[in-house]
Write a new protein. Structure first.
Length: 365
């Protein structure tokens, strides 16, 4: 019998595949970021090195398929397609929240399939901050063992929890538990937002807690408040529907959150990454890797080759951006100058960040 958590997972997947769930009025901010074109790149585009070390594992490009799904029998072929694509292209992949497998061990196969199809890829597990208190260190280690994970992501989705009628709205003690997990397990811990962004204040708290990386999960991509609006309409829950509509675009856009989160930790840029130029801009702004989920939901329902096609296009775009900026490898891209204008610049300056420093080559500072 399918439990409530498992049923919700398949509802989320179908809604993301069939409905407009992205932010409406607020964008990720990449339109405010300009990379400096090098008319004389003095490089062979076919010889660029996109590979990078990420949390102890070498990947062929600094990109991850962000946590999408798992926890329902119907998600097995979806995760199989995503994982097989990640394995073929040598990139990373995360699984959806493993809570469903804790609630119902019969759903473990929907997560195990990822490691089965991607034996060499960087794979990370996933659990919600709202649930970690009840699982403890032993429960967390089981999640890692379930998929032989290279890292564990703890997701912060309190905006979604606030909108969901069945949401867990008690956020007390999460930071202490994150600290305990970071010191109690061997695997690297990633803390990720799911669409509302990370502020400088929280980035500093997470750094102090001992996390290995921060995934900013900013506004500009999928809105989980928006996803809950559709669920609320189906169940005729007017309170949740109103909450979701009001907070559809709430939070910190991805580009602004990237700057907010620069606290000497690896950063993953997630939220509205839709092409290779977005990936390049993210890395020039300080991200160690970029990730996305929504662009691969539809293709994953078709199969591995459809996912590979979309990913390959994005990586080719990324390579072109590196070439046109005169960057032979990822370190060159980290050192490349960028110019920030518009709303993003205004926001960052009001928050006390000096965006002019970013317009200079990093090795000139």
């Amino acid at each position: 019998m399918i439990n409530t958590t498992s049923r919700r997972k398949i509802e989320h997947l179908k809604l993301c595949a069939e409905s407009p769930v992205e932010s409406r009025k607020v964008r990720a901010g990449f339109e405010d970021v300009t990379l400096i074109h090098r008319a004389l790149p003095e490089l062979d585009m076919d010889e660029l090195d996109l590979s990078v070390d990420f949390l102890g594992k070498r990947i062929k490009a600094p990109f991850l398929i962000a946590s999408i799904t798992g926890g329902h029998p119907d998600t097995i072929p979806v995760n199989a397609a995503l994982a097989a694509a990640a394995e073929e292209l040598g990139i990373g992949i995360g699984v959806g929240s493993q809570r469903a497998a804790i609630d119902d061990p019969a759903q473990e196969d929907s997560f195990r399939i990822v490691r089965d199809e991607a034996p060499n890829a960087f794979v990370y597990g996933n659990v919600g901050a709202a649930q970690i208190r009840q699982y403890g260190i032993e429960g967390i280690e089981k999640l890692i063992e379930m998929i032989d994970a290279d890292a564990l992501a703890i997701h912060l989705n309190f905006l979604q929890e606030a909108v969901q009628p069945e949401g867990d709205r008690d956020a007390t003690g999460c930071l202490d538990m994150i600290t305990e997990i970071c010191s109690g397990i061997k695997a690297p811990v990633i803390v990720k937002e799911t669409g509302a962004g990370i502020s400088r204040e929280d980035a500093l708290l997470l750094q102090k807690a001992g996390v290995s990386a921060i995934d900013v999960g900013g506004v500009g991509g999928t809105s989980w408040a928006g996803v809950e609006v559709y669920r609320a309409k189906e169940s005729r829950d007017s309170v949740s529907e109103r909450l979701g509509e009001l907070f559809w675009d709430f939070g910190i856009p991805t580009v602004a959150s990237l700057i907010e989160s620069r606290v000497s930790l690896p950063i993953i840029a997630t939220g509205g990454i839709r092409n290779g130029l977005d990936i390049a801009k993210s890395l020039a702004l300080g991200a160690s890797a970029a990730s996305a989920a929504l662009p691969f939901v539809g293709p994953s329902l078709e199969g591995k080759e459809a996912v590979v096609s979309v990913l390959s296009s994005m990586l080719e775009e990324f390579k072109a951006a590196m070439f046109l900026c005169g960057c032979a490898d990822i370190q060159d891209l980290h050192n490349a100058p960028v110019v920030i204008t518009g709303w993003t610049r205004e926001y960052l300056e009001q928050r006390g960040f000096n965006v002019k420093d970013l317009s200079l080559p990093k090795n000139a500072l």
